[in-house]
Design a protein around this ligand. Structure first.
Ligand code: 5GP
Length: 193
């Protein structure tokens, strides 16, 4: 998606440790018009899929998913990072290792909001090693629901997450895929798609 690539080039900051900062339009200050254009694009890409719900994870995924959901006219559920898991059987739970915070979270979704009837589109801001998306897919599979696809704003194509998901047959639509980036020069190279 050219609009997103141009924005990353203009306002993205490449940090040491393979981190791209996009605080000025995605992760802190948010460009809602851009999120809206992203929603339009995912709706076009997933037009053939019977999506009835969007699943994301707090915090950064929520705002994107909420704007995107208006194009699908479906509810958004966000997985919550829990301090401790209450094992009363009311929640689906999984563990996710955070790429940016280098720690592991218990992540939960109430059984009320995911069922075997659901056809889910997973939305997140970044795809790096794939831990966040893997955890969300684990929750969906625990509920017996169907993964219709994964929509990612920015995939770091030099990390393994995207390839592993696609090799499993999961449809991943990343709106910008970074082939390489260099913290010393700030250069970002996108994959042609
Ligand atoms: P993964 O679980 O695929 O390794 O990493 C994805 C998660 O880590 C995303 O939900 C995102 O919040 C965070 N993340 C990974 N890489 C980056 C990055 O380069 N920049 C930012 N801002 N977040 C990242």
């Amino acid at each position: 998606m050219k609009l997103l690539e141009e924005r990353i080039r203009k306002d993205g900051v490449v940090k040491e440790g393979n981190i791209l900062k996009v605080d000025s339009f995605l992760n802190h200050q948010m460009d809602v018009a851009l999120f809206n254009a992203m929603g339009e694009e995912w709706k076009r890409l997933f037009a053939d899929r019977p999506i009835n719900k969007i699943l994301t994870i707090e915090a950064s995924g929520i705002a994107i998913a909420a704007i995107v959901a208006q194009h699908f006219n479906v509810p958004v559920v966000f997985a919550k990072k829990a301090q401790s898991v209450n094992l009363d059987g009311e929640m689906y739970t999984t563990k996710i290792e955070s790429f940016t915070h280098k720690r592991t979270y218990d992540v939960i979704v109430s059984k009320k909001f995911l069922s075997s009837e659901d056809h889910i589109l997973v939305i997140d801001d970044f795809l790096a090693n794939g831990c966040a998306v893997d955890g969300l897919i684990d929750l969906i599979q625990s509920a017996g629901a169907t993964v219709e696809g994964v929509g990612i704003a920015i995939e770091k194509g030099f990390q393994t997450g995207g390839k592993v998901l696609r090799d499993k047959g999961i449809r991943v639509e990343s709106l910008a895929i970074i082939e390489s980036m260099d913290a010393s020069t700030g250069e970002i190279v996108f994959r042609e798609q």
